[in-house]
Ligand binder design. Structure first.
Ligand SMILES: *Cc1c(COP(=O)(O)O)cnc(C)c1O
Length: 401
């Protein structure tokens, strides 16, 4: 039976479809890697955030098996009841030590997801006495966390430190919290963290850095955006995710031990959820060891060379690369329909690159979000670049005819 409620939803779904905005799932049949089988077809993929190629690393898979032998499958309870295992505690110590050069008296706290970690930080530090200063291109989890915190929110324009300075100077809030992605997920560019941190120190504000796309990848040792910019400050609150470059799942917050103790008391997204399976924390220690070690260094170096190779191989006239030095290398096409057509042509040629449209990105900046991974080869990246060059040339010829 179709109720009126279902009919109303169906009508709205059809509207999305008509606007070309209805999202669809694709089913990957194989592990996350440059070549994947999707809906029964072998594809060369440029869509994952598996920047170091660790998602299917045999040593991490082995550590997961070891973890299940040690701890079984589930944690059985939330952290503050009985779900906080030795694996969780060890991982938190390792993570705190890893980012220690950049923070004062650091402690780390492991979360099931980055989405929850952001929500936890913002709601625990937010409230009537708090004003949040949020970068315009921040990730959805930061936007939602800020709203949920019931703080007053000021959105400052992308990368605009002068605007932020004005807002901070005008604020009389007892607690000021500046919130930014380090690497913007749809553009790949970096936030001006040194300038932002200087402003925060000057105005006595926290700087929450969401390093989802930097942790493991940026910095000589993979410590992320803080290492990349050589920052250290007691005003920093650092959020790194562990499902992207680290190849597993989860996230962590690292900050002064008092901040973490406060989160432990107040963060509902930590307190009222079952602790993630201990085997994940156990395997993440192997992932961290790879990131920190020689292999991580080599993977980061290879990724940098792939990024250079991709940029050098592209010869675009109208479509534009975003100025990005990271593994996120979007190609801006412009309007939605051509962007979808290019993605469909790539797909037909066996290459999987997601097209990103508004409202995820601003109107008329529909793009292909190319992400590179250390597990790609030069040949694979070259193949994508050549295809894009050829499609653009064909599109220009068609337009001229
Ligand atoms: C992916 C992402 C998150 C969420 O992390 P998950 O662990 O996937 O929930 C948060 N912030 C940014 C910028 C992200 O790209």
């Amino acid at each position: 039976m179709t109720t009126a409620l279902i009919q109303a939803l169906d009508a709205q779904l059809q509207q999305l479809e008509a606007k070309g905005l209805r999202r669809k799932l694709r089913i990957a049949e194989t592990a996350c890697a440059p070549t994947v089988q999707v809906d029964g077809r072998d594809m060369l993929a440029f869509c994952s955030n598996d920047y170091l190629g660790l998602a299917a690393h045999p040593k991490i898979a082995e550590a997961l098996c070891e973890g299940v032998a040690l701890y079984g499958a589930g944690s059985g309870a939330s952290h503050l009841i009985s779900g906080h295992t030795r694996a969780h505690a060890q991982l938190e110590e390792r993570l705190a030590a890893f980012v220690a050069p950049h923070l004062e008296s650091p402690r780390a706290m492991y979360f099931s997801t980055g989405f929850m970690a952001n929500q936890a930080i913002l709601t625990a530090l937010g409230g009537a006495d708090t004003e949040i200063f949020s970068e315009a291109l921040n990730h959805a989890s930061l936007i939602d966390g800020a709203r949920l915190s019931r703080s007053k929110i000021h959105v400052y324009p992308h990368g605009d430190c002068d605007a932020l300075a004005g807002l901070l100077a005008a604020s009389t809030a007892a607690i000021k919290l500046v919130v930014t992605d380090s690497v913007f997920s749809m553009d790949g560019d970096l936030a001006p963290l040194p300038e932002l941190l200087a402003l925060c120190e000057q105005h006595g504000a926290w700087l929450l850095v969401d390093d989802a796309h930097g942790f493991g990848v940026l910095g000589e040792n993979g410590r992320g955006a803080l290492e990349h910019f050589s920052l250290r400050s007691p005003y920093l609150i650092y959020m790194g995710t562990l499902g992207k470059a680290a190849g597993v799942s989860g996230a962590f917050v690292a900050a002064h031990e008092t901040v973490i103790e406060w989160l432990l008391q107040k963060a509902r997204a930590y307190i009222y959820t079952t602790a993630s399976p201990p085997l994940l924390a156990h395997a993440l220690m192997t992932s961290l060891a790879i990131i920190e070690g020689e292999e991580g260094m080599q993977r980061r170096a290879h990724l940098q060379e792939l990024i250079r190779h991709f940029k050098q191989s592209l010869a675009l006239q109208h479509w534009q690369l975003v100025p990005s030095m990271t593994a996120i290398q979007p190609v801006i096409i412009g309007s939605n329909v051509p962007a979808m057509q290019v993605a469909a042509r790539l797909h037909a040629d066996g290459m999987w690159v997601p097209a990103i449209r508004p409202p995820t990105v601003p109107v008329d900046t529909a793009r292909l979000r190319v992400t590179l991974s250390a597990s790609h080869t030069f040949e694979q990246v070259g193949r994508l670049a050549q295809a894009l060059n050829a499609y653009e040339a064909a599109a220009l010829t068609e337009a001229a005819a």
